[in-house]
Design a protein around this ligand. Structure first.
Ligand code: ADP
Ligand code: MG
Length: 246
């Protein structure tokens, strides 16, 4: 189980996250939905400490990070949380100078110090899982956006993270290419991969999410099982948000 408790994050005067608490059940997909600017990306980035919250707590497994203003977060803690998370970005962010296979191996070899052979075996398994085996030796620039994102998903999964963080994983893609990525994410969801996914694509959320958290202006308006939030939202603001987009 991953929990975020009372997370506050400001950029200067902009109070972006206002005491956000989210529970991410193990083995499920939690969708973070909300309008652009509501704080979804910032919240994801607070989980792996790409952003450091001013206050609140992040719990992943037995690792707990507690934040307080003017208290520095140790490098060790940042690395510990990074190792328990994998991140998939909207714009893929593959290393352009590495092949698909090398992209997936990179973290295993350089960060986790795996021998190359073992890393390659793991990377080939993951490329197979995302349907990219035949492109193992391809350069990112020769791949479609959907293919690049599938490699990025394999790369994020390589160190066996406790949670896969996905930030708008399909929104840079044409519908057809988005569909291949949704298929891969849906398969991972069926396999029990724990995910926290920011998306404004309600169809994606409805397809694979087990739980939904609706953020508005940096506050959780409503959270619950996906069926319940989508079919019978308790809050008027959730109802409005869902009806605009469906
Ligand atoms: P969402 O992902 O829901 O669209 P974001 O988390 O990207 O929302 O942004 C929420 C707010 O935080 C926005 O007002 C945005 O301008 C601000 N913000 C996000 N990242 C930064 C940053 N690194 N520096 C300053 N402001 C930021
Ligand atoms: Mg965002």
């Amino acid at each position: 189980m991953i929990t975020l408790e009372h997370i506050h994050k400001s950029f200067g005067d902009n109070h972006v996250l206002k005491g956000v608490s989210v529970a991410v059940p193990e083995g499920g997909v939690t969708a973070l939905i909300g309008a652009s600017g509501s704080g979804k990306s910032t919240l994801l980035r607070c989980v792996n400490l790409l952003e450091i919250p001013q206050s609140g707590e992040v719990h992943i497994d037995d690792t707990v990070a507690r934040f307080a203003p003017s208290q520095k977060v140790s490098r060790e803690l940042i690395l510990a949380l990074r190792r328990k998370t994998g991140m998939v970005f909207q714009n893929f962010q593959l290393f352009p100078h590495l092949t698909a296979l090398e992209n997936v191996m990179e973290g295993l070899v350089t960060v986790l110090k795996w021998p190359r052979e073992k890393a390659e075996t793991r990377a080939r398994d993951l490329l197979h899982k995302v349907g990219m085996s035949i492109k193992a030796d391809a350069w990112p620039s020769s791949l479609s956006g959907g293919q690049q994102q599938r490699v990025a998903i394999a790369r994020a999964l390589a160190p066996s993270p406790k949670v896969l963080l996905c930030d708008e994983p399909t929104s840079a893609l044409d519908p057809q290419l988005a569909a291949e990525v949704v298929d891969v994410l849906a398969q991972l969801a069926r396999d029990g991969t724990t995910m926290l996914m920011a998306t404004h694509d309600l169809r994606l959320a409805a397809t694979i999410a087990s739980n939904v958290v609706f953020l508005e202006h940096g506050e959780v308006v409503e959270a619950g099982p996906a069926q319940q939030v989508f079919r019978a939202p308790a809050d008027e603001r959730t109802r409005r948000f869902i009806s605009i987009l469906t």
